[in-house]
Each structure stands twice: as structure tokens, then as C-alpha cells.
Design a protein around this ligand. Structure first.
Ligand code: NAP
Length: 531
């Protein structure tokens, strides 16, 4: 059965190297969490035969795709962005229905997705991603001559991307993982998320159309649907896949890391998983604006039902009248916050069970308004003391959704002990006044070891897509703390360096050729040069 929506038609099929293919497994329908009803059409999971077809096509495409120029790939990414914009009305309507997220948020996410694609187009044209280095030959060096050595980055090969549930566009089919892998020169096979199959199909068609209009091989892109433990593991263990991008749960991410490591040829998995994003409120800031911070904190906590990997799930402060003001204002704001739909019934159930386990382990301060549907997020705020927090794994576990825990410390030493005791995080936030700078200076080196991004002021939920962003961090925030899944540095995940020693000049790739035909900035004998 097909469902017609203005401007395009959803068929319920996967897209393997440009060909629409119906799955043969479990039937899946998207669910509108705001309206509480399933959506047409019916999708069907694929199996290992579909993984095989997509990976074979991706491996076939790799030689041609990696030989495309930076300019060709830049135009490809820009064409995908334009194709997404051309269907934006239909796409936004479908994504809102599948996610229950507000239209303004999804409209913003379309812009973020197309902006990411264009960012990587600009990275390709700028050229430093090539990492070109030349150490010129020193034939007369004693005691041994130095050969001619040239280095550049090349793409790893076909990449598997797992779509996230909580960003149906920006971390999904044409999201940051796909954009950075395609920019690097890697064909991509996406496992779409069952929470938003229609969005996935629409975006996949926008990419497949761009593949055709840019004259690229069909296997450059495929979209599959299927179960994680079956199709997902088959994808990660297919020998033709050379790297994996993932955003989701700790259990899902660690399962993929284990599967990739157990392959005869292990491959890197860039999994962005679990983070509770500690917010440190220092004494001076609490003293001057405790209540104001409390209200602003709840706005960040409840945005999008708290379904952000950067949701502020942990607040840490020394007990004081300022903290009491913060708690009172936060509690009051939370009590008035309406119940909002979560992305899927499963995520709502997992949120409810996380809140239940916190209710047993910590003291409940307040809850938001209760909801009536099975997907309602009924926000929750808890408190505990530092020693109990440090002794309990349950208190440190991520509860995905609007739930946060305030940890009361006896003094600044205890606050720093909490900073040292937490697991790896995507973000750490500090609220500090001028009077707090000495304490903040002691905290900063501790936080560098724990988080990928450290904010002074503000709240962690907004993640700018730019060159300096790090959306990463030590485990369990990610499986590889050396990189980021947001921002232009993300391209490096899918590249590796190759050194060319005494390779005949006529065979050298243009990035490291004499005369610098690509006009790149290159490190020549240690110094950056555009010669
Ligand atoms: P998820 O369960 O980790 O699923 C993400 C993807 O990984 C899905 O395609 C899933 O396949 C696959 N997968 C999961 N477990 C797997 C396994 N053992 N082996 C192979 N593949 C596996 O995440 P979700 O569906 O987005 O949400 C569930 C929970 O994840 C949330 O309640 C929340 O706790 C957490 N989450 C965290 C973040 C974050 O950024 N920190 C973001 C989103 C979700 P299936 O389709 O078969 O499930």
C-alpha cells in the first residue's frame, strides 16, 4: 500500500543502489506520537541478502567514487541539500508526524541538515582535509640520504551509518555521519531508524536523485531497514564495510563496537552514546542569580522532551542559600511544564523506567504536569548528596528525556571530587561569576579530561555546526574520544593517511604532486606553504 503526500509518494521500500526494494521481514509502521496513531505506508525489514546487495554495490562504487574530485563531491553534497530543500514542505510534515516534534524544531533541523552538507562542500573546496605533507628528498644527507616522502589522506571505504531516533534529519539518513563520509569519498549504507521510516525514504530519494544527476555510481548510497541485532550486525560485520557511524543508546553502541572488534578485520566504530552533561553552579553565580539559573535550567531540561544527547541531566553545586533559590525556582518552573510527547512508545517506556529507578535511589523534588498518552514525558527533578552519587551507578546512568539530578556538595573539594568521579561526557557546563574564577580555574583541567565540550554560561542543548565544534568525549559519551560527530573535523573519522616514498612524479596524486595543481596549503619540510 502506498500513501500519497503532496510532491512525492512514499512506497515503503528500501533503496539499494538507486533501486527501490521491498523488504521481506517484519512489518513496520511509523507512529504519530502526538496523535497516538500509526502512519501509512507499511515498511518491511530487510535481511542479510539486502545487506549483501547494498555492500556489494558500495564496494563496486568505491573505486570510481573515491577518484571523484573534491569539486565533484562538493557539488554532489550541494545537490543533496538542494533536493532536500525542494521537498521540504512534504518532508517537514512527515517528520513532524513521525516524531511528534514541533514544526519549528523540524524546520530548523532541515536547515541544519542542509547547512551541514554545505559545510562539508566548503571543506572539500578549501582542501586542508587532504592533509598534504611533503618532506623533500635529501640525497646528500649523511650518514644516510633521505628519500622523497609525501603524505595525504584517502577515504577508508564503504561506511555503515545508523540513523538516530532523536534527530530524524540532522543525525539520520543525510545527517552528519553520512555527509562527512560522503565528503571523505566513502560510499554510505544507512540503516534507517524504525521511528521515522517515511522521513528516511524521502531523504534517501533526495540523495539517490543527486547520485544520478551528479553522474556518480549507483552504489554510492543505499538505505536499508531492519532489526539492529540481525541486519545491523550483518552490516557491521560485512567485510566490505570499513567504518561505522552511530548515534543512540549505550547498549546499542557497545554491541556494534564489540561486533566490529570481533571481525577478522576489525574496523573503527564512531558511536555517540550516553552522556548526562553535568552543569556546575559555582557559589558566586548561585549567590547573584540562583533563581534565574533555576528557571533557565528547566527550559533547557524540558526542550524537545529532553530527548537530546546534550540534555542537562546532572547539576552539581555546593549547598548554600543560592542553591536553595535555584532549586525553588527550578521546582516551580518544572511543576508548570506541560507533558510533551516522546519520540516512540519504547523511548517513553525506557524514560519511565529510568525515572522509576531514580525515584528509588534519590529524593524526588518535583515533576512536570502528567500526560495522558503512552508517549507522554512527565518531567522529573531529583536531588542527592555527593557521597551517595559517587557510590551509585544508578544515579550516574543516563535517563533519556526530561529528568535531572541535583547533587549537593559539602564544599568545593567535594564538588571537584564529583567532577573527577563522573564518566566521560559530551559536555560540561560551568556557571561562574568573576568571584568564582579561582575555583573555575581548578575545575577546568578536571573537566578537560571528562568532556568533549566545556561551556561557561548557557546550557549544553544547542550544538553549533562549525569548524571548532567537538560533539564527542571519553567513553561512554563516545566509543572514540579522539574525534567529533558534529562539525568539519568529523570528516577525519573516515580518512587514513598514506605515505608515498620515492613514487615516480607522474604517478603522484595531485594533492602531493609537484607544482601544487590543487592549490592546497601543504606542509613542506615542516612549514605550511601554498607553493
Ligand atoms: P538504540 O536502541 O541504540 O537504537 C539505535 C540503532 O541501533 C537502531 O537502529 C537499533 O536497531 C540499533 N541497535 C540497538 N541495539 C542494537 C544491538 N544490540 N545490536 C545492533 N544494533 C542495535 O537507540 P534509540 O532507538 O534511538 O533509543 C533507545 C534509547 O537509546 C533511548 O531510550 C535512549 O536511552 C538512548 N538514546 C540516546 C541518545 C544519545 O544521544 N545519548 C540518542 C538516542 C537514543 P533497532 O531498530 O532494531 O532498535
Amino acid at each position: 500500500m502506498t500513501a500519497t503526500i503532496p510532491g512525492t509518494t512514499l512506497t515503503g521500500e528500501m533503496l539499494i543502489a538507486g533501486t527501490a526494494v521491498r523488504g521481506n521481514g517484519q512489518e513496520v509502521r511509523a507512529f504519530d506520537p502526538a496523535a497516538g496513531r500509526p502512519l501509512e505506508p507499511v515498511y518491511q525489514h530487510g535481511d542479510s541478502s539486502h545487506v549483501d546487495a547494498a555492500c556489494a554495490a558500495a564496494a563496486d562504487a568505491f573505486a570510481t567514487y573515491r577518484a571523484s574530485t573534491s569539486e565533484q563531491r562538493a557539488q554532489f553534497l550541494e545537490t543533496i541539500a538542494a533536493n532536500i530543500e525542494a521537498i521540504s514542505e512534504t518532508l517537514i510534515a512527515r517528520t513532524v508526524a513521525e516524531s511528534g516534534l514541533p514544526q519549528a524544531r523540524i524546520t530548523g533541523e532541515v536547515g541544519r541538515t542542509t547547512g551541514q552538507l554545505r559545510l562539508f562542500a566548503s571543506v572539500l573546496r578549501e582542501g586542508s582535509w587532504n592533509g598534504a605533507r611533503i618532506d623533500t628528498a635529501q640525497p646528500d644527507r649523511t650518514p644516510l640520504p633521505r628519500p622523497d616522502l609525501r603524505q595525504r589522506f584517502i577515504p577508508l571505504g564503504p561506511v555503515a551509518v545508523f540513523s538516530a531516533s532523536n534527530f530524524p534529519l540532522a543525525f539520520s539518513v543525510a545527517g552528519g555521519d553520512t555527509a562527512s563520509a560522503l565528503a571523505a569519498g566513502c560510499p554510505v549504507v544507512v540503516k534507517g531508524h524504525d521511528a521515522h521510516p517515511g522521513t528516511s525514504e524521502l531523504v534517501a530519494r533526495a540523495i539517490a536523485d543527486a547520485v544520478v544527476s551528479c553522474g556518480l555510481p549507483a552504489g554510492t548510497f543505499s538505505l536499508l531497514f531492519g532489526s539492529g541485532p540481525d541486519l545491523g550486525i550483518a552490516l557491521v560485520t560485512d567485510p566490505r564495510i570499513k567504518a561505522v557511524g552511530f548515534t543512540g543508546s549505550r547498549s546499542g553502541g557497545t554491541a556494534l563496537v564489540a561486533a566490529a572488534a570481533a571481525r577478522p578485520e576489525p574496523i573503527p566504530v564512531y558511536a555517540e552514546m550516553s552522556s548526562i552533561n553535568p552543569v556546575f553552579l559555582l557559589d558566586g553565580a548561585l549567590d547573584t542569580r540562583g533563581a534565574e539559573l533555576g528557571t533557565a535550567f528547566v527550559a533547557s531540561l524540558t526542550m524537545g522532551s529532553g530527548q537530546f544527547c546534550t540534555n542537562p541531566g546532572l547539576v552539581i553545586a555546593v549547598d548554600s542559600p543560592g542553591l536553595t533559590n535555584f532549586v525553588a525556582a527550578a521546582s516551580q518552573a518544572l511543576t508548570k511544564s506541560p507533558a510533551t510527547p516522546m519520540l516512540t512508545p519504547n523511548i517513553a517506556r525506557s524514560y519511565a523506567s529510568g525515572v522509576e529507578s531514580l525515584t528509588k535511589a534519590a529524593e524526588l523534588i518535583s515533576r512536570g504536569e502528567p500526560g495522558t498518552s503512552e508517549t507522554s514525558c512527565h518531567a522529573a527533578l531529583f536531588t542527592t548528596d555527593a557521597q551517595s552519587f559517587l557510590a551509585s551507578e544508578d544515579l550516574q546512568a543516563e535517563v533519556f528525556g526530561s529528568s535531572s539530578l541535583i547533587v549537593r556538595c559539602a564544599d568545593a573539594d567535594e564538588l571537584r571530587a564529583v567532577a573527577q568521579g563522573i564518566e566521560g561526557q559530551l559536555t560540561a557546563t560551568v556557571h561562574a561569576d568573576d568571584s568564582d574564577l579561582e575555583e573555575a580555574g581548578k575545575l577546568l583541567p578536571l573537566l578537560e579530561l571528562k568532556a568533549g565540550r566545556i561551556l561557561f554560561g548557557g546550557w549544553p542543548t544547542g550544538v553549533e555546526v562549525c569548524h571548532a565544534m567537538v560533539h564527542g568525549g571519553p567513553f561512554p559519551a563516545t566509543s572514540d574520544s579522539r574525534t567529533t560527530s558534529v562539525g568539519s573535523l568529523a570528516i577525519e573519522r573516515y580518512l587514513r593517511p598514506v605515505c608515498y616514498q620515492d613514487v615516480p612524479k607522474s604517478l603522484l596524486p595531485s594533492a602531493v604532486a609537484d607544482g601544487n595543481p590543487d592549490h592546497l596549503w601543504r606542509r613542506i619540510d615542516g612549514a605550511l606553504s601554498q607553493d
